[in-house]
Design a protein around this ligand. Structure first.
Ligand code: ADP
Length: 444
């Protein structure tokens, strides 16, 4: 509406000017000169306002004549509205930035803003206390100031989904967890948190479980020995047969739980069982399958199919790989009704070697899948116990696979069966002539 009014005013000015000049021209007989002079004057007026506008844009003039009638008045008014908007926007951004800086300054976590080359742009107070980085270090690569090979590797890899736990360097007590959050146009927010205390508690928990399991193992072995002695001398007390068998079963179950807890504690503390070996994975699988066949016979028998690439050797720990294969294959036997089919395969793939166990067992409802690798998580506690499970098997599998930069893939359809699989990356494989083809073997 304003624009329409401005145009109307403008037309009135031109029209009025021309009419007045024409009338004056008629009276004075100078119409021939006055009308063109009016047009020239109008043009000069526009040029004058253009000059004003350019000076204002160049910031050599501060004020614009807002009361100008016609279209220039409208242009000046619009420019002023826009200027005020930008000014208030700037103020708001400034206020927000101030708030962001003061809140980040108060954060207990060290916060560093990095550019695309990981050079420091801004730091908060905690960055100085925790990492020793100062404001004057702005512009320097962060790796020059936080000198740690893990951090360099982490930033180079550019995979920031998981935080980096930096092991303390000699002479330093603080353990840091680093999180990098990419934002904006190739900028990064680096957050460092002191997790020394958290780590200490975690180690204490782990040590407690390991020590308790270790301490319980000796008395339990004594009990097991005594039960066996009693069984041997049971002839005169046949009524003791059942309770003794029950005691034996339960003590075996306790021993399995203790052993699994000790294995988990060892895996979590990243202790090795010995030097790395070239573990013959193909033979390990075959050995486990033989044991599974024996166990299966006690559960009514299964159709176990094996297709294993021969001579696959993995650089690692035999004990750990055995635990993985054994837990997955034994679970398939446990959770598949008699006469079901279990298929065990080891196949070379482009990026390594893939192990799969597929069964036609009870299957698992989707809501349980994500939690199966948690300690003592069982879909059906009664069934697991009855089948001799400890509830720790898949947790062990998960921890071992993490060591090989691998993870457990589970797919399942309730009532139809499940597949548990993982791929070991090629870098953990020893050079061998592995391949399926003629080397594959079928056992049923
Ligand atoms: P458990 O000793 O109880 O078998 P695991 O950690 O090995 O403990 O497995 C956790 C749970 O996952 C099991 O209790 C069972 O409910 C489920 N599970 C594991 N393997 C299978 C499978 N092949 N088919 C169906 N359920 C399975």
């Amino acid at each position: 509406m304003m624009l329409l009014k401005a145009w109307r005013e403008e037309l009135w000015v031109i029209g009025g000017l021309l009419v007045v000049l024409w009338l004056v021209g008629l009276l004075t007989g100078l119409a021939r000169w006055l009308v063109p002079a009016g047009v020239v004057g109008y043009l000069v007026w526009h040029l004058y306002h253009l000059r004003l506008l350019i000076r204002w844009l160049d910031r050599s003039s501060r004020q614009l004549p807002f009361s100008t009638p016609g279209i220039w008045g409208y242009v000046y008014h619009r420019l002023e509205v826009r200027r005020r908007k930008v000014k208030s926007g700037k103020k708001q951004i400034g206020r927000l930035l101030k708030e962001f800086k003061s809140s980040t300054r108060a954060l207990p976590d060290a916060t560093i803003v990095l550019n695309s080359d990981f050079n420091i742009q801004w730091i908060n107070k905690a960055a100085t206390t925790l990492l020793g980085v100062r404001k004057s270090d702005a512009g320097q690569p962060v790796t020059n100031l936080i000198r740690h090979p893990d951090l360099e590797y982490y930033l180079d890899a550019g995979e920031f989904e998981r935080p980096l736990q930096m092991a303390p360097q000699p002479g330093v007590d603080t353990r840091l967890a680093i999180t990098v959050v990419p934002y904006g146009q190739q900028q990064y927010l680096l957050l460092a948190r002191d997790v020394t205390e958290q780590h200490r508690i975690e180690v204490m928990r782990r040590d407690f479980i390991a020590n308790a399991s270790h301490e319980l193992r000796t008395p339990l072995s004594v009990l097991q020995g005594s039960i066996e002695q009693l069984e041997a001398g049971m002839g005169s007390h046949p009524d003791l047969g059942k309770p003794l068998a029950r005691m034996k079963r339960q003590s075996q179950r306790m021993m399995s739980i203790l052993q699994d807890l000790l294995t988990l504690a060892r895996l979590e503390s990243r202790q090795e069982t010995g030097p790395l070996q070239a573990v013959p994975l193909s033979s390990v699988i075959e050995e486990v399958v033989e044991e599974a066949q024996a166990a299966s016979a006690q559960h009514g028998g299964h159709n176990i199919l094996v297709e294993v690439a021969e001579d696959v050797r993995v650089r690692g720990q035999q004990e750990d790989l055995y635990a993985v294969v054994s837990n997955l294959v034994m679970n398939a036997v446990r959770y598949t009704p008699a006469d079901g089919t279990i298929r065990v395969t080891l196949t070379p793939v482009a990026n390594g070697v893939r192990f799969e166990v597929t069964d036609t067992g009870v299957g698992i409802l989707p809501q349980h899948l994500a939690r199966l690798t948690e300690r003592f998580y069982r879909v059906d506690v009664g069934r697991s116990r009855e089948a001799g499970g400890t509830g720790l098997g898949l947790s062990i599998v998960k921890h071992v696979l993490e060591r090989y930069e691998s993870f457990l893939e589970i797919s399942s359809r309730p009532g139809a069966g499940s597949t548990f699989a993982f791929t070991l990356p090629g870098k953990y494989l020893e050079e061998s002539r592995s391949g399926l083809g003629d080397d594959s073997r079928k056992v049923s």
